[in-house]
Design a protein around this ligand. Structure first.
Ligand SMILES: O=P(O)(O)OC[C@H]1O[C@H](OP(=O)(O)OP(=O)(O)O)[C@H](O)[C@@H]1O
Ligand SMILES: O=C(O)c1cc(=O)[nH]c(=O)[nH]1
Ligand SMILES: [Mg+2]
Length: 194
């Protein structure tokens, strides 16, 4: 599956949004990939995650567990794990920091792939990987449906992206005037609990 094929799935789901968005990292962007509109369609989600699982195995070989960051990573993490034929777990925020909860635990020696939905700066991926390591896990690779950093995000382990896009994102104090003129939406979950 090419990056264009993945983008076509987002377009067909109405998930390629234009406007003014504040992203999880605090950067602002004229484009938002509303992945939930993609994952709500089980057939579409399966097409993407099956392809991602195949790409992970081709890149790093078999793994033992897939772990994702809540909320966005949970559905693609579960579906990718299904095709990898491994258990699926997730970390969630407790007092702001990601943590394995709900009885999830990792065993020494297990090879873990961290599965994200979207990578922009890689911040959420790095936080998720840190939480897995804090729980004693060995993260051999990261994976995502879309890396919108143009391949520049560094998550500290090899990143397997089903699609790589280069989408502009700006610090709040350096917005292009046409973006600053639009009302801002904050669609993610990072700032919800505050
Ligand atoms: O690479 P980054 O700069 O970290 O941006 C990408 C992250 O942003 C979104 O999560 P968000 O925190 O908005 O919450 P969500 O998972 O509930 O959508 C997305 O699911 C990724 O986890
Ligand atoms: O960086 C983000 O927060 C982000 C970007 C995007 O396109 N989609 C998304 O769900 N999150
Ligand atoms: Mg997320």
């Amino acid at each position: 599956m090419t990056s264009d094929d993945v983008l076509d799935e987002f377009r067909a789901a109405g998930a390629l949004r234009e406007g003014h968005f504040v992203l999880s990292s605090g950067l602002h962007s004229p484009v938002f990939l509303q992945k939930n509109l993609v994952f709500m369609d089980a057939a579409r989600c399966t097409r993407l995650c099956k392809a991602l699982a195949e790409k992970i195995i081709a890149a790093v070989g078999p793994v033992d567990v897939a772990i994702s960051p809540a909320v966005g990573g949970i559905i693609p993490g579960y579906e990718t794990a299904r095709w990898l034929k491994v258990p699926s777990m997730y970390v969630e925020r407790e007092g702001g920091a990601f943590k394995l909860r709900r009885g999830f635990h990792v065993e020494p020696g297990q090879k873990i792939v961290m599965v994200e939905d979207i990578v922009t700066t890689g911040l959420s991926s790095r936080e998720c990987i840190a939480a897995i390591r804090a729980a004693g896990g060995d993260v051999v690779a990261a994976a995502c449906i879309v890396d919108r950093s143009g391949g520049r995000a560094d998550v500290g382990v090899p990143l397997v992206a089903l699609a790589t896009l280069d989408v502009p994102a700006y610090p709040a104090d350096a917005l292009p005037p046409e973006l600053a003129a639009l009302p801002v939406e904050d669609p993610g979950s990072r700032r919800l609990a505050k």
